[in-house]
Design a binder for this molecule. Structure first.
Ligand SMILES: Nc1ncnc2c1ncn2[C@@H]1O[C@H](COP(=O)(O)OP(=O)(O)OP(=O)(O)O)[C@@H](O)[C@H]1O
Ligand SMILES: [Mg+2]
Length: 259
């Protein structure tokens, strides 16, 4: 457990501009201020290009903010990133899997980079591969796996370091219905039992409603709504989150009734 008891993630006016001052300038993230608490499952949603991946990459220190600041586990993501890294896991949107290694080796090799004891890693790898339903393929090279199976290996790989915070950029994209349910159940259990803080992006509104305690809606780099799914539905008089989303992002008058 960490000593600090503020929010696990905090951003203040966090902004990322790519190619500033040129004709290709893109404001990928625009003054985003938000917080995520310990043990929370926080969903980031928004159309393609909204800034979701950019936000995650800033929070794990893969990008430097143009303006504003952010803290993970109470540490500044620019100046104290070395303190953050061992405690935080990332499943990138386009993750590099080690194609020539087996599923088990993928997990163990990755965990080894964090200096975790090898026996312990094999134990954790067994457990995780069992959970994602890949025990019987554990010793097969992953280059022979399907897309969804690779995605499951990557979720397991991110978890092998037993992080305090995990960022999952589209964890269930390409994963079948049963597999997605397994991944969601696992994440839900880790958040409630182990106080794991989870930030995930998804284009699946059902996933958000089922899994996320709170959600942030990004559009063109701006955080246009944040709150519990039920809160947002009420606030925007929408039947479901998809309606909230469509109304905020397209401006379509889908909010029920005369309101
Ligand atoms: N390295 C980069 N250089 C220049 N522009 C970038 C770079 N990375 C992202 N962008 C731009 O920033 C904006 C936000 O991209 P980002 O990848 O964060 O969107 P996203 O919400 O994750 O979208 P998706 O749902 O498609 O994954 C887009 O306009 C994108 O073209
Ligand atoms: Mg993305």
């Amino acid at each position: 457990m960490s000593a600090h008891d503020g929010p696990v993630i905090r951003t203040e006016e966090l902004t990322k501009v790519f190619s500033p001052g040129t004709r290709r300038e893109v404001v990928a993230l625009d003054s985003v201020t938000m917080e995520v608490g310990r043990g929370e499952v926080f969903g980031l949603i928004g159309p393609n290009g909204a800034g979701k991946t950019t936000l995650i990459r800033l929070l794990v220190g893969l990008l430097r903010p143009t303006r504003g600041r952010a803290w993970v586990l109470g540490k500044d993501v620019v100046t104290e990133i070395e303190d953050i890294r061992p405690r935080v896991a990332l499943l990138p949107q386009e993750a590099g899997i080690y194609e020539r290694l087996t599923a088990r080796e993928n997990l163990v090799y990755y965990g080894g980079m964090y200096g975790i004891d090898e026996d312990e890693l094999y134990r954790r790898a067994d457990t995780l591969l069992e959970i994602v339903g890949l025990s019987d393929r554990a010793d097969e090279q992953v280059k022979r796996f399907s897309g969804g199976m690779k995605r499951k290996v990557l979720v397991a790989r991110a978890l092998i370091i037993e992080p305090e915070v995990i960022f999952l950029d589209e964890p269930t994209t390409g994963v079948d219905t049963i597999g997605a349910r397994i991944v969601r159940n696992l994440l839900r259990r880790l958040s409630s039992e182990d106080d794991l803080t989870i930030v995930l992006t998804t284009h699946d509104m059902v996933e958000v409603s089922e899994l996320c305690h709170r959600v942030g809606i990004l559009n063109e780099g701006r955080l246009v709504a944040i709150g519990r799914p039920s809160e947002l539905e009420e606030k925007y008089r929408a039947a479901d989150l998809e309606e909230v989303f469509m109304g905020l992002v397209t401006g379509e008058g889908v909010y029920g009734g005369e309101a």
